[in-house]
Design a protein around this ligand. Structure first.
Ligand code: NAI
Length: 481
């Protein structure tokens, strides 16, 4: 029996450990967190995060070999393997502000591990961290070690929110990085045996520590780069009359390119892509590689451009003013099948629309009013810190209402912005939507989910990213100087 403890009961720690527990019934897995609210959630019928399939997995093993606790020190002290899956937000102050990873939470977890440990441990980096973090953590652990051996491994997580359980059950690969010493190699084998309970061994890749750390940043940078590439094409499609869906299909059928991550949209979001690319940029700059840093910076610039372009399309189509006009916002989460709103493009789009004094009525099937209010009032980067350490936000925002039904949101609206690709938005009765709106009625589809011809036939003026422009929009500027 292996005793596993995971520090951080978030979007990664919770689902990852639940899957390890269900697949390794002989091992005991405890997930600990400093947030009492989070742990209470994990021990209740309403798990603190929404993820398809997660409830079932947790129900199968919670109380048997899966436990959630706030007794951080006790469980860390007892464990053979300690995963660390805490927040690694972007720094907001000081050296590297706005780019470098803030390792405050990681460092305090490492110091605590060193303080409370009484037996040898394998410490596993699960959080996404800058290259060479393992070396820094090793120093903290070994300088406080009281004769205890700590072996550090990097085991970055590649799950995607919304499909986390499927991704964890059937990963493309599991990556384990360790020192090329006998202790390092032995620790790699111990962790490999845990995953080998359900992952084919040929999919468990073993590398040195730095390669594992950098591979995670590289994977996220490549994924985000594909989205920015297709989004850059979408602007060109609108200018030329090409259709981005046709272009990305034709491009993606090339087996060297492949079809995934080629959907044009209002932009990427999520806690990782921007943060990890900024982190990569910072590492490049620190290593005197400005050309490489600038290359990756561009991925974020195009993402920001895409959101600005979308807001400009809304404002310029509606006679250059949306002041006091009701705009329905359908979807706030950064993608479908998650309630996560960190870095969602909806935040920047809504702030842009509010900047032009629109009245917003927002509906998302998984995001609460409280969360939306927080997101629209918080400073960039603050939201990636533990919830109980975030600054308080107002209980409501003037000009914003949040409702629990799409038809309620669109009632009397001048325009509808679709910002998340929830399946239910594909199935809406758009005739009913049209009938309840002010005329002319506009749809701005930031996820290309509506059938443009059908809704145009109903009477809507439609803007769909990267599609041939509605005659109405043709002479309107895409980006206002
Ligand atoms: P999260 O914010 O959902 O969870 C982190 C948890 O750690 C919070 O509940 C916080 O209270 C807790 N925590 C912070 N310091 C602690 C301490 N000293 N002791 C105990 N608990 C502590 O974050 P999430 O999304 O799970 O991400 C964790 C890491 O995994 C980040 O580095 C992220 O970049 C990485 N990652 C995230 C993915 C995602 O899809 N969300 C995917 C792959 C990696």
């Amino acid at each position: 029996m292996v005793k596993i403890c995971c520090i951080g009961a978030g979007y990664v720690g919770g689902p990852t450990m639940a899957v390890i527990a269900v697949k390794c019934p002989k091992d005991v897995v405890t997930v600990v967190d400093i947030s009492t609210q989070r742990i209470n959630g994990w021990n209740s019928d309403h798990l603190p995060i929404y993820e398809p399939g997660l409830d079932d997995v947790v129900k199968q093993c919670r109380g048997k070999n899966l436990f959630f606790s706030t007794e951080v020190e006790k469980h860390v002290a007892e464990a053979d393997i300690v995963f660390v899956s805490v927040n690694t937000p972007t720094k907001t102050h000081g050296l590297g502000a706005g780019k470098a990873a803030d390792l405050t939470y990681w460092e305090s977890a490492a110091r605590m591990i060193a303080d409370v440990s009484k037996s040898d441990k394998i410490v596993v980096e699960k959080s996404t961290v800058p290259v060479k973090t393992a070396e820094a953590i090793e120093r903290i652990l070994t300088h406080n070690n009281k004769g205890i051996n700590f072996t550090i491994l990097s085991n970055p997580e590649f799950l995607a929110e919304g499909t986390a359980i499927q991704d964890l059950f059937h990963p493309d690969r599991v990556l384990i990085g360790g020192r090329e010493t006998p202790e390092g190699q032995k620790a790699i084998q111990t962790l490999k045996q845990v995953y080998a309970n359900w992952v084919p061994v040929e999919k468990i890749l073993c590398t040195n520590l730095w390669s594992a750390e950098l591979s995670k940043l590289a994977a996220n940078a490549f994924l985000a780069q594909r989205i920015s590439s297709v989004n850059a094409m979408s602007a060109l499609c609108e200018a030329t009359g090409a259709d981005v869906t046709q272009v990305s299909h034709a491009t993606g059928t090339d087996s060297r390119i492949g079809p995934k991550f080629l959907n044009a949209s209002v932009g990427f979001g999520g806690s990782c892509f921007q943060k990890d690319i900024l982190n990569l940029v910072y590492i490049c700059e620190c290593n005197a590689l400005p050309e490489v840093a600038n290359y990756w910076k561009q991925v974020i610039k195009v993402n920001d451009y895409q959101k600005t372009r979308f807001v400009n399309r809304v404002v310029s189509s509606m006679f250059n003013t949306i002041s006091s006009k009701k705009i329905a916002v359908l979807g706030f989460a950064f993608k479908k099948d998650t309630g996560d709103t960190r870095e969602t493009p909806a935040i920047d789009v809504c702030k842009g629309l509010l900047g032009d004094k629109a009245k917003l009525c927002i509906y998302d099937p998984q995001v609460t009013e409280d969360q939306i209010t927080k997101d629209l009032s918080m400073r960039k980067f603050d939201k990636d810190h533990p919830a109980h350490l975030q600054p308080p936000s107002p209980s409501s925002i003037k000009q914003v209402s949040v409702v629990w039904d799409a038809y309620e949101a669109v009632k009397d609206a001048h325009g509808v912005c679709i910002l998340t690709e929830w399946d239910e938005f594909r199935k809406l009765d758009y005739k009913k939507v049209y009938d309840s709106m002010q005329k002319p009625a506009f749809i701005f589809d930031g996820r290309n989910i509506v059938d443009v011809n059908k809704v145009r036939e109903i009477g809507f003026i439609v803007y769909s990213i990267g599609k041939p422009l509605d005659p109405w929009l043709k002479d309107m500027p895409a980006v206002v100087a």
